[in-house]
Design a protein around this ligand. Structure first.
Ligand SMILES: [Zn+2]
Length: 101
C-alpha cells in the first residue's frame, strides 16, 4: 500500500468511512486495544483501518465485522487480512511460499 494513497485527514472521510471508523474504534476498545492508533483511509480502495505505528500493526474489520490484522507480503506486497494472506515467519504470502525453493 503506497503511503501517498493514504490519508489521516478528516476531509476525505465520507459518512460511510466515518461509520467504518466508528466501528473500528469500538472493536478496538472492545478488544482492549492498547497504544495509540490512527484512523487511516486508503483513498484508492476506500478501506478504513487502524494503524499502530509503535508496534507496526494495521487492523481492519473483516467480513464478519471482527477486528483483524491487515498484512502485506514482504516479497510481492500483496496485502489483505492475515487469515487470507497467510504470511509465514519470513513475511511471505502463501503464493510466494510455493515459489520459494
Ligand atoms: Zn507474496
Amino acid at each position: 500500500m503506497s503511503t501517498h494513497t493514504l490519508s489521516t485527514d478528516r476531509v476525505p472521510f465520507g459518512s460511510r468511512e466515518l461509520a467504518d471508523a466508528g466501528r473500528l474504534l469500538t472493536a478496538w476498545a472492545a478488544a482492549s486495544g492498547r497504544g495509540r492508533v490512527t484512523v487511516t483511509l486508503n483513498l484508492l480502495s476506500g478501506l478504513v483501518f487502524l494503524t499502530n505505528a509503535e508496534i507496526g500493526m494495521t487492523y481492519a474489520l473483516n467480513g464478519a465485522g471482527t477486528l483483524e490484522e491487515w498484512v502485506a507480503c514482504a516479497t510481492c506486497h500483496t496485502d489483505g487480512f492475515s487469515s487470507e494472506v497467510g504470511l509465514n515467519d519470513f513475511g511471505d504470502c502463501a503464493l510466494c511460499q510455493t515459489l520459494t525453493p
